[in-house]
Ligand binder design. Structure first.
Ligand code: SAM
Ligand code: SF4
Length: 324
């Protein structure tokens, strides 16, 4: 189905839980809002995705919070991967539990994974994530490569004076391994938005850094998936470098997605508070057609964009509740 701006909406991101074993300061700031620890029930996820296929949803990404803290993540993956009308199931994870789950997830039908990694320095990793261990996430990345969860994409949020000195280290990683590093602009969340604004490093600035070191990066059309990243590649490298610019650039015009939050609401736009609550319909046993009509309504409520003059792109809820 197309929204009011003729964008075809085919992609549903599902935050299966707002719980997480990390506490990255830019995602779950202490002052950013309460975290009730809610999980959306498996049955609700399955019914929403099934209904979504009636209005053209073809791709689902499981995210969170940390999706791998859910004991039934393999069951969720298998239920969606086996569904008529769904072509692609992907996962976004912090990677710390991926070594343990990769075989079962692969068997359940997971084919692609995005892993968040903001630094290659273990002590810095611990500071950013609050209590995460770099070695565990790196082991998860290696597991993803071993199980062929290709393309393995790394999500790297770049922040001034936090990790912006590592941009070229990440680029060098793509010269060694078939990893697709995506540099993401940090988005302001709730009350901590002032800090994030001061830490913003734009995609353009990152590009300039890349250009200063590499004279001939090649533009690449796509590395699989149809997200908002634009990709480049160092000639001869097995991996690529991408840029996701929610604040400074091309993001909304090609938006093809809807979000199902961990509390059972549909969120038409990442950066706007408007949400359509599905809980009443789900709890009363609404059938597929009724749910599909609600999903269609959420699609028609998608705004043209968050990056125009009238809308300040500040995320009003925790990113872990919305799913990023
Ligand atoms: N826990 C998983 C992970 O970290 O990959 C999945 C959930 S996390 C909310 C999804 C993505 O959102 C991650 O890549 C994370 O880096 C990104 N993210 C979280 N907060 C952000 C922020 N303030 N600005 C930009 N990206 C953010
Ligand atoms: Fe957890 Fe992912 Fe948010 Fe970090 S970015 S706190 S790993 S949900």
């Amino acid at each position: 189905m197309r929204d009011c701006y003729q964008r075809k909406i085919t992609y549903l991101r599902v935050s299966v839980t707002e719980r997480c074993n990390f506490r990255c300061f830019y995602c779950r700031p202490r002052e950013g809002g309460a975290c009730s620890g809610s999980d959306i029930p498996l049955g609700h996820v399955v019914r929403v995705v099934e209904a979504g296929t009636l209005v053209g949803i073809r791709k689902v990404r499981l995210t969170g919070g940390e999706p791998l803290v859910r004991k039934d993540i393999t069951e969720i993956t298998a239920s969606i991967a086996g569904m008529d009308g769904i072509d692609d199931v992907a996962l976004t994870t912090n990677g710390s539990l991926l070594r343990r789950y990769a075989p079962a997830l692969h068997q359940a039908g997971l084919r692609r994974v995005n892993i968040s990694l903001d630094t290659l320095k273990p002590d810095r990793f611990q500071r950013i994530t609050c209590n995460g261990r770099f070695e565990e996430t790196w082991d998860g990345i290696e597991a993803a490569l071993e199980y062929g969860l290709h393309p393995v994409k790394l999500n790297t949020v770049v922040m001034r004076n936090v990790n912006d000195d590592e941009i070229l280290d990440f680029v060098r990683l793509t010269e060694r391994l078939p990893l697709h590093v995506r540099f993401i602009e940090v988005m302001p969340i709730g009350k901590s938005s002032k800090t994030a604004k001061g830490q913003l490093v734009t995609a353009e600035e990152i590009r300039q850094k890349l250009d200063s070191e590499y004279s001939n990066p090649e533009p690449i059309k796509s590395v699989g998936g149809d997200g908002p990243a634009r990709y480049w590649k160092v000639p001869g490298a097995p991996g690529t470098v991408g840029f996701i610019a929610p604040l400074s650039g091309y993001f909304c015009d090609s938006c093809n997605r809807l979000r199902l939050t961990s509390s059972g609401t549909l969120r038409p736009c990442l950066c706007q508070g408007d949400e359509l609550d599905l809980n009443e319909a789900l709890n009363r046993g609404a059938d597929r057609a009724e749910l599909a009509a609600l999903i269609a309504e959420a699609i028609t409520r998608k705004p043209r964009g968050h990056a125009d003059d009238t809308i300040e792109p500040v995320v009003d809820r925790l990113m872990s509740q919305i799913g990023g």
